[in-house]
Design a protein around this ligand. Structure first.
Ligand SMILES: Cc1cc2nc3c(=O)[nH]c(=O)nc-3n(C[C@H](O)[C@H](O)[C@H](O)COP(=O)(O)OP(=O)(O)OC[C@H]3O[C@@H](n4cnc5c(N)ncnc54)[C@H](O)[C@@H]3O)c2cc1C
Length: 390
């Protein structure tokens, strides 16, 4: 049996960022990431749409994303002159119908109070600013003037992982299949190879597998996979300005954003539409029936399009309140969580990694107080809802 100080389960953006910030904060112990798929092809990070926004309804989520934004602005100083994640700062445009107007306005107030650079546009102003949008049924739109856009998720994850490995973090290609807990402390983990590693603490950064990993330690964590589709569409007749448009979210939740010469679109299904999460197959009928009629109406130029590609990803879904769970277990104090981001974990990965590294190194959060996002609310079944889930 070998010994470690920190074992991180999962080497996606959250696990890799945790390892990176542990080193940055001067943590001197031995750090190991255990990753069951070192191709990273199927992890949530690689399947993400890469969006970063300030448009959340909880101050903590805004602060987490602002940390990510500050990193992007400082990327070359942090990781070297070659570092690039292709950040496209074209903004977000969240549209609301009359029914959703109160919530949009309330969210906007929270965002402004927390330093976001957003404006509220009334329906006709949305169409005046973005003439390819049909404003019918749009009461208002909240538009990010700066600090919002999207980036290449895989590149961000690689920057963290490579920088961590360069500083001595080890990556073991294996699955964590067992976690031993004695007298309220994790003592060791067992790997699919049969190896057992003694450890001083463990970080659960297993993405959609977060609930399963917690269960190995006897911990109930309502985080599991939810399947989401992303469709890539081609529309040769789209006006040039549409290729620099913000990521827009229709009042009914469908998102659309440019991706080079193409566009990405998708929606989180209603509860009754949730697909089985057994595989990575794409449901093209879902696009034809659920998405295309809406986008063809909202963006009339998209009446004539072709779906040229698509992929499925497994969201790391927190069934209690769709918010991240960041912190340590109240009783098993050497078990740390970075889980359940429900579609916003890419942009929150850097801040989460930093927060967990602070907690492990210094015993407390130093940059952002994330106490409200801790496991205590999960144990008490007291949700802290995030209203702006895409
Ligand atoms: C379609 C889609 C679109 C998205 N769009 C956005 C977006 O626009 N903006 C945004 O911020 N977020 C978005 N997300 C969410 C975001 O991608 C995730 O929240 C984030 O990547 C989670 O990172 P992670 O490191 O926690 O998980 P992952 O990237 O999934 O990494 C977890 C790793 O743990 C490994 N693992 C699991 N169990 C074990 C085990 N037992 N032993 C060893 N290894 C294990 C897995 O193999 C995996 O590599 C999107 C997600 C999807 C699917």
């Amino acid at each position: 049996m070998s010994e470690r100080d920190v074992v991180i389960v999962g080497g996606g953006v959250v696990g890799s960022a945790t390892a990176y910030y542990l080193k940055k904060h001067g943590f001197a112990g031995r750090i190991t990431i255990v990753e069951k798929d070192t191709t990273y092809q199927l992890c949530c990070t690689a399947r993400s749409v890469g969006g970063l926004r300030q448009q959340f309804s909880t101050p903590e989520n805004i602060a987490l994303s602002k940390f990510g934004l500050a990193l992007l602005r400082n990327l070359k100083a942090e990781f070297g002159p070659e570092a690039d994640v292709n950040f496209r700062e074209f903004g977000y445009l969240m549209m609301a119908s009359a029914d959703g107007l109160d919530i949009l306005e309330e969210n906007h107030r929270i965002q402004i109070a927390n330093g976001a650079d957003n404006i509220l546009l009334k329906g006709p102003d949305v169409a005046a600013r973005f003439p390819w949008i049909n404003p019918e049924g749009v009461a208002a739109g909240c538009f990010g003037l700066s600090g919002e856009g999207w980036l290449d998720p895989y590149s961000l994850m690689n920057l963290f992982r490579k920088a961590a490995v360069a500083q001595g973090v080890e990556v073991i290609p294996a699955e964590v299949t067992g976690i031993d807990v004695k007298e309220n402390r994790v003592t060791s983990v067992t790997l699919s190879s049969g190896e057992r590693i003694e450890t001083t603490c463990i970080v659960n950064a297993a993405g959609a597998g977060g609930g399963a990993v917690a269960k190995l330690a006897g911990i109930d964590l309502p985080v599991g996979p939810r399947k989401r589709y992303v469709y890539v569409i081609d529309c040769p007749s789209a006006p040039e300005a549409m290729h620099k448009a913000p990521l827009s979210v229709c009042p009914d939740g469908i998102f659309l954003r440019p991706e080079g010469r193409h566009f990405l679109t998708g929606i989180s299904p209603e509860e009754h539409e949730e697909p089985q999460v057994m595989d990575w197959e794409v449901d093209y009928q879902f696009f034809d029936e659920r998405i295309w009629p809406v986008i063809a109406n909202r963006y009339p130029v998209l009446e004539s399009i072709k779906v040229i590609n698509a992929w499925a990803g497994h969201y790391d879904y927190n069934a209690l309140d769709q918010n991240g769970i960041i912190g340590r277990h109240p009783a098993i104090e050497n078990f740390y969580f970075g889980n359940g981001f429900s579609g916003h974990g890419l942009q929150q990965g850097p801040a989460t990694g930093n927060a967990l590294a602070e907690l492990i190194t210094f015993g407390t959060f130093r940059t952002i107080d994330l106490a409200r996002l801790g496991y205590e609310r999960i144990a008490a079944r007291e949700p802290l809802f995030e209203r702006n889930i895409i």
